[in-house]
Design a protein around this ligand. Structure first.
Ligand code: SF4
Ligand code: SF4
Ligand code: SF4
Ligand code: FES
Length: 949
C-alpha cells in the first residue's frame, strides 16, 4: 500500500552504534554522505533518487528477492541489488543505465504476465506499487503474452472483516510474511510451496479469520499490490488527503494518518514518525473506528425528570440550562459538597482539565475523581512515594536496550499490543523474559519466544513474591550497593534490607503460599540482578488488589536494589490502560490533587489557582468515586456529572453502584452512546469522538500527542465546548476559543507542563513531560541523575493477605482481564466488526476444576461470589492454573463486575478486581438478577431506538 505523501526509503536506518560513522559515496555522479550500514537504496532515496523496488520497504529487513533494484557499482562485476548492498567509502554507483533498464523491464514483464489486467477496476488503481514500477521501468509490452501458466484462478479470501486477500494479484514478494514476523511478531503467514507453486498461506492454509492472524494490518500496509486490500478502500476509493492524529483506545498512544477521500474517512494508517508506535498498530486503532458513525450514537441532548420516565429530546440550550439549574438547586438545598463529577480517561487533556475546573471553580469543592481510581491510582501513590513522581520512568524505545524484561501482572499482547510487538522484537534478539502471572498469557510462549521463568503465582500474592525475590538479592549479595549508596536513602535501605532478609520471607518460606517453587523464584531473582539492564513492566494485575499500592512500591524497591532506574533499558513502567489515563491523572482529576500532582492542602499551589480562576480552592480533599456512591446511599450526595465513563459497568459491586446512582437527584451523563450508567441518568449530553475534536492525549510514556479534528462533530460540539457551555450557564464566564488556549492555561499552572504548547508539539512531534525550561524537548528517561524526590525511598511492604478468602462455599479464585479485539467495557469495539473475534465473555477454567464439576467448553456456568452471581459459558483450558478462573468484562450481558467485591487497595480505594473467591457450577442459562438487568438494558435500547428515529 502506498501511503499518500509518505516516502519509503526502501530499507531501515542502520542501528545507532554503526550509524556513528559517516560514509561518502557517489550515486549517479553526485556525492552523498550517509551513516555506515546504510544501504545503497536508502542512500539514493535520501538524496532524492528513487530506485525501482518491490520487495523492499523501510520498516523491514532487506530481502533481495524481486531483483528490480539492481544497480551498477564501479569496479564490481554483475548487478547487485541496491537494497542488500551496504554503502562503502568512495563507492561509485549508477542507478540508470541502458543495461539496468533492460534487466528491470525483463523482471517486470515476468510479473505482469502473471497478473490480472484489470488495473482500471482494481481498488488499488493509483495506489499500487506494481503499477508504479511498471511505469517507472517504462514497460510497454509483455513479450511472453498472458496465455502461459498463471495463478489467475485462485479464490479470494474475504473472511477477515476488514481486509481481503486476492491471491491472483500476489507477486510473492514476501513483504506481508516479513511484516507479520518482524513487525508484528505473530508469524501467521508463510510462503507455502516452491518456485512457481509458491503462495502465501495463513497458518496451516486456513482462511485469515480462522488463522492465528490477529488482524493488526501490518501485512496489508506492507503489500505493494492489491492482494491484501482494505475493504473500505474498495468501497470508498483511494484516499486523497490525510490528517495525523492519535488513537483513542489504549495507553500505547499510536499515532495515525487518518486518510480521507473528500470528507469520508477511508483508512487509518499508522504514522511512521509516531514515536510511540513507529508505524505499527493493532486491530483496534487501525480498523475498529466504525463506532464513530454507528447508528446507535446519540446526537441530540435528552432529559427526564426521573429514571423511570422515557427520555425526551431537547435543544442544547435547554439541556445545558437544565443541567446548570439542577446543580445549583441541589447545592442550595443540600450544601456545596453534595455534588461532584467524574472526568474521563478517554477524553483529551484539555477536556479533563475543564471538567475538574468546573467542579473546583463552579461547584466549589474537590469532589472530582476519574476512572484511574479503578485502575492505576496505586501507581500514582506508589511511584510518588518511592521516586517522587506518579509516572513510568522510560519511553517505549527503551526496551531496545533491555537485557532482562520482567512482566508482572500485565498481558501486553492483548492489552498493549503494539508495545508487545516492540518487546517481542527485543526478546527475539536475545533479551531474557520473566513473567509473573497466574495465567499463561501469550507473552509466556509465542513463536520464537519463551519466558525463562513463568511464575504462576496465586492471585493476591504479588507482595509476597516480590519480597521473596528481594530476599534473594539481599541475602545472596546481589544488591547494587554503589547505586543504592549514591541514589537512595541508605538508612531506609538498611531497614528494608533487614525486613526482606528475614528467613520467613525467603522463597522457601512462601513457596506454598505463592504456588511457585522456591528454586524458580531464586533463579528469576538472580537472572534479574545479574543479567544486565533489567526493566519492569506491570499492569492492572499489580494495581487492582487490596495491596496494589504496596505492590507498586515493592516493584520500585526491587528496581532500586538492583540499580535499575535512571538510564535507557531499565526502569519501572506501568502499562496504562486507557488512552489518556496518564493525562487524566496529570490534569488534577483526583480529589486530593491539583494538576501536576500537587496536594490541595498546599497553600502556595492553591493561591496560584485562586488567582488564575478568581476563586477559592477548597483545601479539603473531596470524595473518591466509592465515597460519592456511599454518600449518595446515605442521602448526602445528590448530583453527579459523568463525562465519558460507564461506572455502572466498569466499577466493582454493580449493585452498590446502581443503588448510589439511583439515590441521586441529578445524574448527568455525557457520552457517545446510552451506556449502562445512563439508565440512572436524568440528563444525557451527546459526546464527540476523538475524530471530531482537537486536543492532546498523554500515553503511558508521559508522551503528550496531538489529537486533530478529522471530521465535524456529528452532535454539533466537541466535548470541551459542551463543558464550557455548562460552566457558562453556571456563570463562570469561560472564553476558550480553541483547545490550544486550554493547554496554555495548563502550562501556566503546572510546572511539569511549562514548555508544552501546541506550537511546541508541532515542532517536536510530541513531548514527554516534564517539559520545563531545563528540558524544553521533554524527558524520555526520568530520574537520570537523581530521583525527583531526591533520594530514592525504600518502603517496607509487609504482605497482608486479602480479606477475600476461598473456602468451601467459594473455593476458586476469579481474576479478570481483557483481550486484544475488545476495549474496556466494549462500548466502542462491540459496535465494530471486532465482535467477529470475541462475541461474548467466557470463563476460562482449568480441566481439573472443570472435570470436578462435570463441565466442558461451551457449557453455561453459574459464577457466584459473596457479592453476586452471573452466568456465562465455560472454556476449559490449562492457560489458568487449577483453582483459578478467568474472564473478561467486555460485554454488558455478562456483567462480570456483579461478582467482584467492594474490597479495595488500602491506600487508594482501587478495587480488588483481580481476586474474588467464587464458585462455578453448571447452569441452564442467565440468572434472575441478570434477566432483570438485561430487561433494564433492553428498555434502554428501546428508548435509544426511539430517540434515534
Ligand atoms: S500478498 Fe502482497 S505483500 Fe504478500 S507476497 Fe503477495 S504481493 Fe507481496
Ligand atoms: S494482519 Fe497482522 S497478524 Fe494478521 S497476517 Fe497480517 S501481519 Fe500477520
Ligand atoms: S489500541 Fe493501543 S496498541 Fe492498538 S492502535 Fe490504539 S494505541 Fe495502538
Ligand atoms: S527491492 Fe531490492 S531486490 Fe527487491
Amino acid at each position: 500500500m502506498a501511503c499518500i505523501g509518505e516516502i519509503d526509503l526502501g530499507t531501515k536506518a542502520p542501528p545507532p552504534l554503526l550509524a556513528a560513522n559517516m560514509v561518502t559515496l557517489t550515486i549517479d555522479g553526485e556525492a552523498v554522505t550517509v551513516p555506515e550500514g546504510t544501504s545503497v537504496m536508502r542512500a539514493a532515496a535520501i538524496m532524492g533518487t528513487t530506485i525501482p523496488k518491490l520487495c523492499a520497504s523501510d520498516n523491514l529487513d532487506a530481502f533481495g528477492s524481486c531483483r528490480l533494484c539492481l544497480v551498477e557499482v564501479e569496479g564490481r562485476g554483475g548487478y547487485p541489488a541496491s537494497c542488500t548492498t551496504p554503502v562503502m567509502p568512495g563507492m561509485v554507483v549508477k542507478t540508470q543505465t541502458p543495461k539496468l533498464k533492460q534487466l528491470r523491464r525483463g523482471v517486470m514483464e515476468l510479473y505482469i504476465s502473471d497478473h490480472p489486467l484489470d488495473c482500471l477496476t482494481c481498488p488499488a488503481n493509483g495506489d499500487c506499487e506494481l503499477q508504479d514500477m511498471a511505469g517507472a521501468v517504462g514497460l510497454r509490452d509483455v513479450r511472453y503474452g498472458y496465455q502461459g501458466e498463471n495463478h489467475l484462478e485462485q479464490a479470494k479470501d474475504t473472511s477477515n472483516p476488514y481486509f481481503d486477500f486476492d491471491p491472483t494479484k500476489c507477486i510473492v514478494c514476501s513483504r506481508c510474511v516479513r511484516a507479520c514476523s518482524e513487525v508484528q511478531g505473530t508469524f501467521a503467514l508463510t510462503i507455502d510451496g516452491r518456485g512457481f507453486g509458491s503462495k502465501i498461506a495463513a497458518s496451516q492454509n486456513e482462511d485469515f479469520l480462522s488463522s492465528e492472524c490477529v488482524s493488526c494490518g501490518a501485512c496489508v500496509q506492507a503489500c505493494p499490490t492489491s492482494t491484501l486490500q482494505e475493504k473500505k478502500v474498495a468501497e470508498i476509493g483511494t484516499p486523497d488527503r490525510a490528517v495525523v492524529t492519535t488513537c483513542a483506545y489504549c495507553g500505547v498512544g499510536c499515532t495515525f494518518r487518518a486518510e480521507l477521500r473528500g470528507e469520508e474517512l477511508v483508512r487509518m494508517v499508522p504514522w511512521k514518525d509516531g514515536k510511540a508506535n513507529r508505524g505499527h498498530s493493532c486491530v483496534k486503532g487501525r480498523f475498529a473506528w466504525g463506532y464513530a458513525q454507528h447508528k446507535e450514537r446519540i446526537l441530540n441532548p435528552m432529559i427526564r425528570e426521573s429514571i423511570d420516565q422515557p427520555w425526551r429530546e431537547v435543544t442544547w440550550e435547554q439541556a445545558i440550562q437544565h443541567t446548570a439549574s439542577e446543580f445549583k438547586r441541589i447545592q442550595a438545598k443540600y450544601g456545596t459538597r453534595s455534588v461532584g463529577g467524574i472526568t474521563s480517561s478517554r477524553c483529551t487533556n484539555e477536556e479533563t482539565f475543564l471538567v475538574q475546573k468546573l467542579i473546583r471553580q463552579g461547584f466549589g469543592n474537590n469532589n472530582v475523581d476519574t476512572c484511574a481510581r479503578v485502575c492505576h491510582s496505586p501507581t500514582g501513590y506508589g511511584l510518588k512515594t518511592t521516586f517522587g513522581t506518579s509516572a513510568g520512568t522510560q519511553d517505549f524505545d527503551s526496551v531496545q536496550y533491555s537485557d532482562v524484561i520482567f512482566v508482572i501482572g500485565a498481558n501486553p499482547t492483548d492489552g498493549h499490543p503494539v508495545f508487545a510487538s516492540r518487546m517481542k522484537q527485543r526478546l527475539r534478539q536475545g533479551a531474557k523474559l520473566i513473567v509473573a502471572d497466574p495465567r499463561r498469557t501469550d507473552i509466556v510462549r509465542s513463536p520464537h519466544i519463551e519466558a525463562q521463568h513463568h511464575l504462576a503465582l496465586r492471585p493476591g500474592t504479588n507482595v509476597a513474591l516480590l519480597t521473596a525475590m528481594a530476599h534473594v538479592i539481599v541475602t545472596e549479595g546481589l544488591a547494587d550497593e554503589e547505586y543504592i549508596r549514591t541514589r537512595c536513602d541508605w538508612d531506609e535501605f538498611q531497614d528494608w534490607a533487614a525486613f526482606v532478609a528475614d528467613p520467613k520471607r525467603s522463597p522457601e518460606a512462601v513457596e506454598q503460599l505463592l504456588g511457585v517453587p522456591a528454586s524458580e523464584l531464586r533463579a528469576a531473582a538472580r537472572l534479574f540482578a545479574t543479567g544486565g539492564n533489567g526493566a519492569i513492566y506491570y499492569g492492572l494485575g499489580v494495581t487492582e488488589h487490596s495491596q496494589g499500592s504496596s505492590t507498586v512500591m515493592a516493584i520500585a524497591n526491587f528496581a532500586m536494589v538492583t540499580g535499575n532506574v535512571g538510564r535507557p533499558g531499565v526502569g519501572v513502567n506501568p502499562l496504562r490502560g486507557q488512552n489518556n489515563v496518564q493525562g487524566a491523572c496529570d490534569m488534577g482529576s483526583f480529589p486530593h490533587e491539583l494538576s501536576g500532582y500537587r496536594h490541595v492542602s498546599d497553600a502556595e499551589t492553591r493561591a496560584l489557582f485562586d488567582e488564575a480562576w478568581n476563586t477559592t480552592i477548597d483545601d479539603e480533599p473531596g470524595l473518591r468515586i466509592p465515597n460519592m456512591l456511599d454518600a449518595a446511599v446515605d442521602g448526602v450526595f445528590k448530583g453527579l456529572f459523568v463525562q465519558g465513563e460507564d461506572i455502572l459497568q466498569s466499577d466493582p459491586d454493580t449493585k452498590h453502584v446502581s443503588a448510589g446512582l439511583a439515590a441521586m437527584e441529578c445524574v448527568v451523563v455525557q457520552d457517545l452512546f446510552l451506556n449502562e450508567t445512563a439508565n440512572y441518568a436524568h440528563v444525557f449530553l451527546p459526546g464527540s469522538t476523538f475524530l471530531e475534536k482537537d486536543g492532546t492525549f498523554t500515553n503511558a510514556e508521559r508522551r503528550i500527542q496531538r489529537v486533530r479534528r478529522v471530521m465535524e462533530p456529528l452532535n454539533g460540539y466537541a466535548d470541551w465546548e459542551i463543558v464550557q457551555l455548562v460552566a457558562n450557564a453556571m456563570g463562570l464566564g469561560w472564553t476558550y476559543a480553541h483547545p490550544s488556549e486550554i493547554m496554555d492555561e495548563i502550562a501556566a499552572l503546572t510546572p511539569s507542563f511549562k514548555r508544552v504548547s501546541y506550537a511546541a508539539l508541532e515542532e517536536h512531534g510530541s513531548l514527554q513531560w516534564p517539559a520545563t525550561d531545563a528540558t524544553p524537548a521533554g524527558t524520555p528517561t526520568m530520574h537520570m541523575e537523581a530521583f525527583v524526590r531526591g533520594k530514592g525511598k525504600f518502603v517496607v511492604t509487609d504482605y497482608v493477605p486479602t480479606d477475600e478468602r476461598t473456602g468451601p462455599r467459594f473455593p476458586l479464585l476469579l481474576t479478570t482481564g481483557r483481550i486484544l479485539s475488545h476495549y474496556n467495557v466494549g462500548a466502542q469495539t462491540r459496535r465494530t466488526e471486532n465482535v467477529a473475534w470475541h462475541p461474548e465473555d467466557v470463563l476460562e477454567i482449568h480441566p481439573h476444576d472443570a472435570d470436578n464439576r462435570g463441565l466442558k467448553s461451551g457449557d453455561w456456568v453459574r459464577l457466584a461470589s459473596r457479592a453476586g452471581e452471573t452466568t456465562l459459558r465455560a472454556k476449559v483450558t490449562d492457560r489458568v492454573a487449577p483453582g483459578v478462573v478467568y474472564t473478561t468484562f467486555h460485554h454488558p450481558d455478562t456483567q462480570a463486575n456483579v461478582v467482584t467485591t467492594d474490597y479495595s487497595d488500602w491506600a487508594t480505594n482501587c478495587p480488588e478486581y483481580k481476586v474474588t473467591a467464587v464458585q462455578v457450577s453448571p447452569s441452564n442459562g442467565p440468572t434472575k438478577w441478570q434477566e432483570e438487568y438485561d430487561e433494564l438494558s433492553r428498555r434502554a435500547r428501546r428508548i435509544e431506538a426511539v430517540a434515534a428515529e
